[in-house]
Ligand binder design. Structure first.
Ligand SMILES: *[C@@H]1O[C@H](CO)[C@@H](O)[C@H](O)[C@H]1NC(C)=O
Ligand SMILES: *[C@@H]1O[C@H](CO)[C@@H](O)[C@H](O)[C@H]1NC(C)=O
Length: 418
């Protein structure tokens, strides 16, 4: 006979898991899969006129960064064919289908960029010796930039090449992940390699963000490189943020997935540091942006959660400090679109998240009192123009939006209609 205490204990466990289960399943169906979601058509957003820009070099530009000072848009582009074979974060691990030359890093003159085909574009070649073969090749996912002075920018790339000369197929090993740091002088066509950061704390890097003096944070978008657990992560959580000091070893900055799976990061994607100094981590599963305060020891304390309500990708601040992030209103289509962007569409949404007010000093229910305005700026149910978007940057000066996608063979520019 179980004791009364045991009965109470087991009932509590059952009630607890039932509550969590209900919450999770509901969340999984409505937020992650988007069942029952009403997706709007691009025609319902007359404020912008959007068009695609086709160019052989502007394929699969997973991430973008706008240098407003120099009026230059930087893009890391992997090539559509190549990304259909090699995209470790979504378990596409056919190393022989990957482009040997890896990704291309491009600088686009933003003021000339448009559909007329006469924009100026130059390739920035990485120099130096890094990687297994010593050849300066990048397999870039997300990247970010740190402005050092008037001339100098440091670029931080999440790099995911296949292992070189491995006896095991990439489907078993995953990628040989690292973060690669480069120094670049504005206007140049080369960037020189500064350092490779490889660590057991970085296994599935998605996007690094520089802090200052060479320290950075990077999201691991999954809890494992390969394997069955990865498939369960939408439910149980996985992935984290790692902190790497300028020298010394990297370590986890967020706690590992715990018993309360609601609190675990789920597919944390391209993070950023806001103008307010807080760290913003979007989720490609649960549709939230987790807001963290960086502690002096490099760890992150969760201070707020912005609920956008659909899976999100890379988040980018504009010159005013507003955050721009693309969403996947139909994530099942998005998965198909990532695997085969020539035949499947991936409807897209563009969100703007604006910090309204709130002081970091004020705390209620263990969260800072922060307020954000979340606004849907664009949505394209049929993916008529916006398709497979994984990053969006806003040019405050012209009001234009620039978008790239991890797999699609084009970029998108949206012009505000005045
Ligand atoms: C991997 O890519 C190569 C080159 O594109 C292709 O021939 C091969 O069929 C692919 N393998 C798999 C398992 O899809
Ligand atoms: C993995 O990457 C590191 C850092 O770039 C490199 O030194 C090493 O040789 C690579 N290993 C293999 C087996 O590719």
């Amino acid at each position: 006979m179980p004791s009364a205490g045991q009965i109470v204990y087991y009932s509590a466990v059952v009630a607890w898991s039932a509550a969590i289960y209900q919450f999770l399943i509901k969340d999984l169906l409505s937020v992650s899969l988007g069942l029952g979601r009403v997706i709007q058509s691009i025609d319902e957003f007359p404020g912008y006129s959007c068009s695609r820009i086709q160019h052989p070099q502007l394929e699969a530009c997973e991430d973008l960064w706008l240098d407003e000072r120099d009026r230059t848009l930087y893009a890391a582009c992997g090539g559509t064919q190549s990304r259909m074979a090699w995209n470790p974060s979504i378990s596409l691990l056919n190393a022989s289908g990957r482009r040997i030359s890896g990704s291309e890093f491009l600088a686009i003159d933003v003021d000339s960029f448009g559909t007329n085909g006469f924009f100026s574009l130059r390739t920035i070649t990485p120099t130096g010796s890094f990687g297994a073969t010593g050849e300066p090749t990048l397999d870039a996912l997300g990247f970010s930039a740190e402005t050092i002075d008037d001339q100098t920018i440091h670029f931080y790339f999440a790099n995911v090449p296949p292992y070189h000369g491995s006896l095991f197929p990439a489907s078993q090993t995953g990628a040989n992940a690292s973060v690669e740091v480069f120094e670049f002088k504005r206007g140049n066509t080369e960037m020189s390699h500064l350092r490779t950061v490889q660590s057991p704390a970085i296994w599935s890097p998605n996007r690094p963000v520089a802090l200052s003096d060479g320290a950075f944070l990077v999201t691991n978008d999954h809890g494992a490189k390969v394997g069955w657990r990865k498939q369960l992560e939408p439910l149980i959580g996985g992935g984290n943020v790692a902190y790497c000091p300028a020298s010394g070893s990297c370590r986890a900055a967020t706690p590992p997935p715990g018993l309360d799976i609601r609190k675990s990061l789920k597919f944390p994607n391209g993070l950023t540091r806001g103008h307010d100094g807080l760290i913003y981590v979007p989720s490609s599963v649960d549709g939230t942006v987790a807001v963290f305060a960086l502690q002096p020891d490099g760890s992150l304390t969760r201070v707020h959660t912005v609920r956008v309500g659909m899976p999100l990708d890379n988040i980018s601040p504009d010159a005013r400090g507003d955050l721009w992030v693309p969403g996947f209103p139909d994530s099942r289509q998005t998965m198909k679109g990532l695997e085969n962007p020539y035949e499947e569409v991936s409807p897209a949404t563009v969100w703007r998240i604006k910090r309204e007010r709130g002081a970091e000093g004020e705390v209620r229910n263990a969260e800072y009192v922060l307020e954000y305005e979340v606004e849907k700026v664009l949505e394209d149910r049929e993916a008529k123009v916006l398709d497979g978007v994984t990053t969006v940057v806003h040019d405050v000066k012209s009001g234009r939006l620039f978008m790239g996608g991890a797999a699609v063979p084009f970029m998108v520019v949206c012009e505000p209609r005045v």
